[in-house]
Design a protein around this ligand. Sequence first.
Ligand code: FE
Ligand code: CA
Length: 507
Amino acid sequence: MTAITRRRALGQTVALSLLSVLGPGCTHPSKPSANPFTLGVASGDPLPDGVVLWTRLAPDPLNGGGMPNAAVPVRWEVAADDGMRQIVRKGEAEARPDSAHAVHVEVGGLEPARWYWYRFDALGHASAIGRTRTAPPAGAPLDRLRLALACCQNYQHGYFTAYRHMAAEELDLVLHVGDYIYEGGIKADAPRQHNSDTVSTLAAYRNRYALYKLDPDLQAAHAAFPWAAVPDDHEVFDDYAGGDAAADAPGAARRRAAAYQAYYEHLPFRAASRPRGARMRLHRTLRYGDLAAIHLLDTRQFRTAPPCGKGWSPRCPADSEPAATMLGAEQERWLYKRFAAAGRWTVLAQQVPILQRRRPRDGADQYNDDKWDGYRAARGRLFDAARQHGLDGLIALSGDVHNNWAGTLKADFDDPKSAALGAEFVATSISSNGDGADSTKGQRSIVEANPHIAFYNGQRGYLRCEIGRDAWRTDFRVVPYVSKPGAPVATRASLVVERASRRLTVT
Ligand code: FE
Ligand code: CA
């Protein structure tokens, strides 16, 4: 039997068995024939011997998915070639209604540091073919790692053109540090519009994810590389702080549970991250040989209320309050313990900028209290731990602020002679805040007031990182517009960190 005939035969069997599940009284007899693979495929969280494969069956994606209230078998295959001829692993998973018919397959038994291709098959349809890559052997010498960093994809603010360009890069892994969706309502004059008012129920979050995941550029970037993701605030709601008592009020807790469930359902997470009520285990480490330990951090779920309020304000004594935390006590202990088993590079992939951004305004300096600047005691603990472990090669990869920044992490940002601890690269948005501009007067004043800041840019795009044993290069890839499709991509700047000296330079 040829692959196509076999697949068709298999599809008919599944469709027939589904009809028997539904029974003769089924009110949606036409649904099983519609293509359920509207939201694409994805893979993520690579290990040396495996990876997570993801898809979701949704023939009517914007209206709850359009699937019957029954479990449906989904066949999956992993091949060593892009034509899916040399199948190396295959199996069957169950797409269940309580997970919006999403499928998370944790494939094992693969070889390290190599490309694989994968595909799903259900209800008489085959999915698109995705490509993924396993991690290198744990601890083994590794000379090179290529990453991309992305965040902040507000659908209403523009097209995801940057992802189309990212899909054409050569990358081992894509990191996403949040604002995968935005929860807000419909903005009338937007280039593209949201599909509902502000989302707060599970059904509404699911439809919002479906809207985003229908985007062909986003689907292309998922199909091209494995991803590892952590959410920021908008996956739940704006300026979400899960460690604030207000976030545990009954209505807020229900909303958090719905938000985490929908996030889990739409990204390639391992079962260890499956939400339990209003909690989701997100912090984890990906290791790439002896070269890099990538710690994905969660600065939203456990953060206490911002001690000095929200937004830009003068420094207030409460930001040095030790009880104020970004990561929570458990995650802090977990992270600092992991500093002991570092690779040559220790990567903190997380949401909000760590470096200080002092903004001179009317004779008084201001700081953004939603970022690590508003949690100075917590930042001090992080830096102390890095110093105690003598970490060379400390790199923070951040997002959230919708523009590009690069700078040196300093033990004391107010003292220019203070030791360099590492470097930070802040990724701009994929589309949030619209077209943007290379620079504005206000942003230039921040760069001038902060000698540790080496680069600023306010256009849309993503970061491309080429990591070697002694040097880390970050290319700021930008597109000139997102208000219409088809923008070209260019490298606005390249910055290099020398591991031994911790020096950051614009090349
Ligand atoms: Fe954002
Ligand atoms: Ca954000």
